[in-house]
Design a protein around this ligand. Structure first.
Ligand code: AMP
Ligand code: ZN
Length: 113
Protein backbone atom coordinates (compact mmCIF):
# COMPACT_ATOMS: atom_id res chain seq x y z
CA UNK A 1 0.00 0.00 0.00
CA UNK A 2 1.63 3.24 -1.11
CA UNK A 3 -1.22 5.73 -0.77
CA UNK A 4 -0.67 8.30 1.98
CA UNK A 5 -4.35 8.61 2.89
CA UNK A 6 -4.87 4.83 2.86
CA UNK A 7 -2.04 4.70 5.41
CA UNK A 8 -3.68 7.39 7.54
CA UNK A 9 -7.00 5.51 7.36
CA UNK A 10 -5.21 2.32 8.45
CA UNK A 11 -3.48 4.13 11.32
CA UNK A 12 -0.03 3.51 9.84
CA UNK A 13 0.69 7.24 9.62
CA UNK A 14 -0.46 9.48 12.47
CA UNK A 15 -3.07 12.16 11.94
CA UNK A 16 -5.07 14.42 14.22
CA UNK A 17 -8.41 12.68 13.74
CA UNK A 18 -11.81 14.29 14.12
CA UNK A 19 -13.88 11.27 13.01
CA UNK A 20 -12.95 7.60 12.96
CA UNK A 21 -15.86 5.62 11.55
CA UNK A 22 -16.31 2.27 9.79
CA UNK A 23 -16.21 3.76 6.29
CA UNK A 24 -14.91 7.32 6.81
CA UNK A 25 -12.07 9.10 8.58
CA UNK A 26 -11.62 12.85 9.12
CA UNK A 27 -8.43 14.54 10.24
CA UNK A 28 -6.93 18.01 10.45
CA UNK A 29 -5.00 19.10 7.37
CA UNK A 30 -1.24 19.21 8.02
CA UNK A 31 -0.93 22.55 6.21
CA UNK A 32 -4.20 24.34 7.00
CA UNK A 33 -5.47 27.00 4.60
CA UNK A 34 -8.03 28.34 7.07
CA UNK A 35 -8.50 28.31 10.87
CA UNK A 36 -10.58 25.15 10.38
CA UNK A 37 -9.27 22.84 7.68
CA UNK A 38 -10.25 19.19 7.99
CA UNK A 39 -10.11 16.43 5.37
CA UNK A 40 -12.80 13.74 5.23
CA UNK A 41 -11.87 10.57 3.36
CA UNK A 42 -13.50 7.25 2.61
CA UNK A 43 -11.47 4.30 3.89
CA UNK A 44 -11.94 2.80 0.44
CA UNK A 45 -9.31 3.99 -2.02
CA UNK A 46 -10.97 6.09 -4.74
CA UNK A 47 -8.59 8.34 -6.68
CA UNK A 48 -11.01 11.26 -6.92
CA UNK A 49 -14.65 12.06 -7.62
CA UNK A 50 -14.12 11.48 -11.36
CA UNK A 51 -13.11 7.89 -10.59
CA UNK A 52 -16.19 7.21 -8.46
CA UNK A 53 -19.15 5.26 -9.78
CA UNK A 54 -22.78 4.57 -8.90
CA UNK A 55 -21.69 1.83 -6.49
CA UNK A 56 -20.18 4.60 -4.33
CA UNK A 57 -23.31 6.77 -4.33
CA UNK A 58 -24.29 6.05 -0.72
CA UNK A 59 -20.71 6.38 0.49
CA UNK A 60 -20.38 9.77 -1.18
CA UNK A 61 -23.62 10.90 0.45
CA UNK A 62 -22.23 9.92 3.82
CA UNK A 63 -18.98 11.74 2.98
CA UNK A 64 -20.86 15.01 2.38
CA UNK A 65 -22.94 14.62 5.52
CA UNK A 66 -19.77 13.88 7.48
CA UNK A 67 -18.38 17.17 6.15
CA UNK A 68 -21.37 18.98 7.66
CA UNK A 69 -20.93 17.09 10.94
CA UNK A 70 -17.26 18.11 11.03
CA UNK A 71 -18.30 21.74 10.46
CA UNK A 72 -20.62 21.49 13.47
CA UNK A 73 -18.02 19.73 15.62
CA UNK A 74 -15.37 22.32 14.82
CA UNK A 75 -17.68 25.28 15.52
CA UNK A 76 -18.07 26.71 12.01
CA UNK A 77 -21.54 25.46 11.08
CA UNK A 78 -23.24 28.78 11.83
CA UNK A 79 -20.47 31.15 10.70
CA UNK A 80 -20.24 29.29 7.38
CA UNK A 81 -17.90 26.83 5.76
CA UNK A 82 -16.94 25.42 2.40
CA UNK A 83 -16.75 21.80 1.24
CA UNK A 84 -14.28 21.26 -1.61
CA UNK A 85 -13.35 18.26 -3.75
CA UNK A 86 -10.31 18.87 -5.92
CA UNK A 87 -9.99 16.56 -8.92
CA UNK A 88 -7.01 16.50 -11.26
CA UNK A 89 -4.13 18.84 -12.10
CA UNK A 90 -6.01 22.08 -12.82
CA UNK A 91 -7.77 21.80 -9.47
CA UNK A 92 -4.45 21.27 -7.70
CA UNK A 93 -5.18 17.76 -6.45
CA UNK A 94 -1.96 16.63 -4.79
CA UNK A 95 -3.06 13.39 -3.07
CA UNK A 96 -4.74 10.81 -5.29
CA UNK A 97 -7.18 9.53 -2.67
CA UNK A 98 -10.56 11.26 -2.67
CA UNK A 99 -10.77 13.80 0.16
CA UNK A 100 -13.36 16.39 1.06
CA UNK A 101 -11.89 19.64 2.39
CA UNK A 102 -13.90 21.30 5.17
CA UNK A 103 -12.79 24.93 5.36
CA UNK A 104 -14.03 27.61 7.73
CA UNK A 105 -13.25 30.06 10.48
CA UNK A 106 -12.64 33.00 8.16
CA UNK A 107 -14.25 34.67 5.17
CA UNK A 108 -13.44 32.58 2.08
CA UNK A 109 -12.94 34.34 -1.25
CA UNK A 110 -15.03 33.57 -4.32
CA UNK A 111 -14.26 32.65 -7.01
CA UNK A 112 -11.49 30.40 -5.68
CA UNK A 113 -7.98 31.02 -6.96
P1 AMP B 1 -5.38 18.43 -2.45
O1 AMP B 1 -4.43 19.52 -2.83
O2 AMP B 1 -6.83 18.74 -2.69
O3 AMP B 1 -4.98 17.09 -3.03
O4 AMP B 1 -5.28 18.31 -0.87
C1 AMP B 1 -4.34 17.52 -0.23
C2 AMP B 1 -4.24 18.04 1.17
O5 AMP B 1 -3.61 17.06 1.98
C3 AMP B 1 -3.41 19.32 1.31
O6 AMP B 1 -4.23 20.36 1.85
C4 AMP B 1 -2.28 18.92 2.25
O7 AMP B 1 -1.94 19.95 3.14
C5 AMP B 1 -2.87 17.73 2.96
N1 AMP B 1 -1.93 16.75 3.48
C6 AMP B 1 -0.86 16.21 2.85
N2 AMP B 1 -0.25 15.31 3.63
C7 AMP B 1 -0.95 15.29 4.80
C8 AMP B 1 -0.82 14.55 6.02
N3 AMP B 1 0.16 13.65 6.20
N4 AMP B 1 -1.71 14.79 7.01
C9 AMP B 1 -2.71 15.69 6.84
N5 AMP B 1 -2.89 16.40 5.72
C10 AMP B 1 -2.02 16.21 4.72
ZN1 ZN C 1 -5.69 5.61 -0.85
Amino acid sequence: MTCLFCKIAAGEIPANKVLDEPDLVAFHDLNPKAPVHVLVIPREHIANIAAAGPEQEALLGRLLLAGARVAAATGVRDSGFRLVLNAGPNAGQSVDHLHLHVLGGRSLGWPPG
